[in-house]
Ligand binder design. Sequence first.
Ligand code: PA5
Length: 412
Amino acid sequence: MEVIFSDVQVKKEELEEVLEKSGLREIVNEREMPFTKLMEDGEIKEILDGVKRIKEKSSTLVVVGMGGSSRGAKAVNEAVGKNNGNLKFIDNVDPNLINKVLNELNWEESSFVFISKSGRTLETVTALNLILKELKERKLPLGKKCTFIGDAGNLFEDLSKKFGAPFFKVPKEVGGRFSVFTPVGIFPLAFGGYRVDEFLEGAEEVVREPEEALKLAAAKFIHYKDGRKISVAMPYSSFMTEFTEWYVQLWGESLGKNGKGQTPLKAVGTSSQHAILQLFVDGPDDKFYQLFFVESYEVDPKLPEEVEILPYLSGKRISEVMEAEFLGTLHALRSRKRPIVTFKLENLSERELGRLMMFYMISVVAMGKLMGVNPYGQPAVEIGKRVAREILLKGREDGAGKVQLEGGGGVK
Ligand code: PA5
């Protein structure tokens, strides 16, 4: 992974001054960034052994978890494995989604991992209860079919004991969206057949040399102060769409506090060139751009020498068209002096994804420090969760349950 800062529109000295004065270089440690303490060999082995056991009987793993409890694995599964099909995700209480995933399953050959640090997340527990009922009705052994991951001592650990099912604990101090390098990400990815050793090694490289991640935070902060309150992530790859979702959560949930925040916006090249690029190039200068370019592909079809129309395409590789379009966008943004950082990714491998995800986790904590925001926790999310709980508990006529579709009082 190479990170190119030449279009960042900030003087080197200014960047250096922010890095120096803020003490960012001192915060990359296990106390301020607990997620930088990566799993020990013994812990990894325990997970790999657990995965091996369930793989003997199952070809599909259904991952049930919300937000940080599933997005990381989903992003890697898409980028590296192109959604290879042996991992299925339930990350919503959309009845159609749950119904589709469960209906298409071969139950005899499927296993389930329920992931929740708190063990109380409404969506996760809803799907869990439904799946347990199905397993019981089908007389399938709960202890063998289910794995639980969460904070030690939570309700999931209790369930694992009750069913005699495996339980993997997440370090308490590592928050959900920072947990992809813990069992939360490693267990499903190992089941998916991914090289988790390389994924973790990629992350470790960035922990050892975090300078550029800090530099990105410094650059984004300088632009944030100048009014660029939106930060765009635009990979040139359809298979990094889930990565942008992961980024949106990380950047949005970590920094959106006390009236502050930098709104993460996702786009995908080249598709979004036909949707939002006009706004990027010619709209308000209120955004910071992060472009991601993938240098090599597993397959790269070639067009025939004799094409039917547009002769300049003759004999071109598809990747050459992609590159030309990427450079076109870069040029267009440059022509308006938009601030850009470009990530050149060797490929979409476990190692590159590990580097990229650790890079952003370090960067967001650094950005929090610069903005004066605690990047951990998401207190405002609790407001809605509490109301949803009350509605389910007491019905819609009582207490917070009085919230109705109409009645916000906005239109006078
Ligand atoms: O980043 C976070 O902490 C959140 O997005 C959580 O991951 C999400 O709310 C799920 O929480 P839990 O793991 O407790 O089910």
